[in-house]
Design a protein around this ligand. Sequence first.
Ligand code: IPE
Ligand code: IPE
Ligand code: MG
Length: 238
Amino acid sequence: MTLSADSFVPRHVAVIMDGNGRWAEQRGLSRTAGHKKGAEALKKLLPYMRDKGVSYVTLYAFSTENWKRPPEEVRTLMDLFRSYLDGDITELKKQGVRVSFIGQRDRFPADLAAKMTTLENETKNLSGFHVVLALSYGGRDDLVQAVRRLAARVLGGEINIDDLDTAAIAGALSTAGIPDPDLIIRTSGEQRISNFLLWESAYSEYYFPKVFWPDFTPAEFDKALAEYALRHRRYGGL
Ligand code: IPE
Ligand code: IPE
Ligand code: MG
């Protein structure tokens, strides 16, 4: 029996979209130009991922640590997110894509936070393809928030200490209800997790292409899929 190619397609792909700044610097352009180019790369890639049979895509676009960047870069990133939510994301919504956000929403300007909540509400009943944007997201912060939520439930007498198990923790994270990522791609050649999906990545496969994010084309994604298809996931078993 031959397995269909679909058997090897990851259900959930998470992406650390890294290297926009270096892409721009190599061309003598501003870092902002790199971020813009990165948004264009994403626009081409998402429909391609969906056509390939991926069901969930989580995109790391801004970490809890990225607030440390120069205020000017943070400001231009906020402007870019704003126009991305108004433009490309609204387009995705029309195509029936579910969009949600993980991360510290309250740290964003009020209009941006409101847009995120509106988009989530408007698309929450859509299924088939689910795009999760990680904005001001940090895996450690997400665990802190989960611990606080669970502690409050224990203190309120709703649950007991013994009820705190892996399922309870997974259910208290911002990614509750989303399957763990099968494949995590980080572009730009860096080989680290940088505080992304710490809990959820326990058994994820990693792929580290050298290309900077603006150069991550559908053809590059095909290479990632080919590599993923060769991996043997054992989950600790034999
Ligand atoms: C990733 O690209 C985008 C964000 C973190 C917002 P970088 O901005 O980190 O680009 P490099 O790593 O400096 O090249
Ligand atoms: C990770 O990239 C975060 C995003 C891509 C959004 P960084 O560029 O912030 O990570 P480090 O600083 O190289 O670890
Ligand atoms: Mg970077």
